[in-house]
Design a protein around this ligand. Sequence first.
Ligand SMILES: [Zn+2]
Length: 315
Amino acid sequence: MYQIGVDIGGTNIKVGLVNETMELVQTCSVRFPHDGARSVVKTIEEAVDFLLRQQAIARKDVESVGIVVPGSIDQKGERVIDAYNLGFHDVPLKALAQEAFGEIPVYLANDANGAALAELYAGAFRGCKTAVLFTLGTGLGGGIILGGHMFNGGMNQGVELGHMYLVNGGEHCTCGNDGCMEAYCAASALARDGQRAMKKHPESLIAARAGGSPENVDAKLVIDCAKEGDETAKAVFDQYIDSLSSACASIYNLLDPEVIAIGGGVCGAGEFLFAPLREKTTGKCFYKTHGKLVPAELGNDAGMIGAAMLHKDAQ
Ligand SMILES: [Zn+2]
């Protein structure tokens, strides 16, 4: 039997066909149509039928259709409450998709939770019962695996790892509060701090590489300059790692997970990030020993694979 995993983003919808060994057999990416949920479901249905035709697979050989979205889902896993990038507000997405797919059961989840589930079945969390994923991007998403299942909060409202408080009265966050982890540990926070440092240090390599324009400073540029030994970039990156290590230590203290995995573009820094991150985290951790701290394994496919595994998580 096959599973379908659908990862809806504000630009593209990615659809993947997953086999019994949890591999993506074939994927396709289609433009997100910004004209309502029915149109989105129709687009997904067409993409699914395209993949099935390509592989000469019948709909009856598909066991489930899982969908992940960048937004909040209601407690029953049926409605998208808010997905700002999609323009979805209180959309009964599961019912609409169920109408399209008939007998095939449809599942719906948040994309960060889905990514954690993907790591559980096919990535860095294989064999784990307790694990935490941070995804560092423009925002900061995360997912928790507890007891070998996706944990969606005690009240089933979700987990908002990015909005844990890190600094009282700190940097302003997209959620409206000040001092959240996202405002310090998202890739965008690293870019922001790089831009500030560039203005203070016009002699720095960051300033030279950016041609004096702050908008040219992104997280990768800061990391590249730090790798090349620029003192300004090194100080910014060191401060960033310090913030991230505080969050990781808090997670170890709270849940004692077997693994914390970190995903997102910042992880392209490899051991340049992970070696000091582990050292700082261990120094702050309550326990003398703690679980592994590693890069996430699945990258851009995590959403599709996680969506395809939602049916297993429901068992
Ligand atoms: Zn926040």
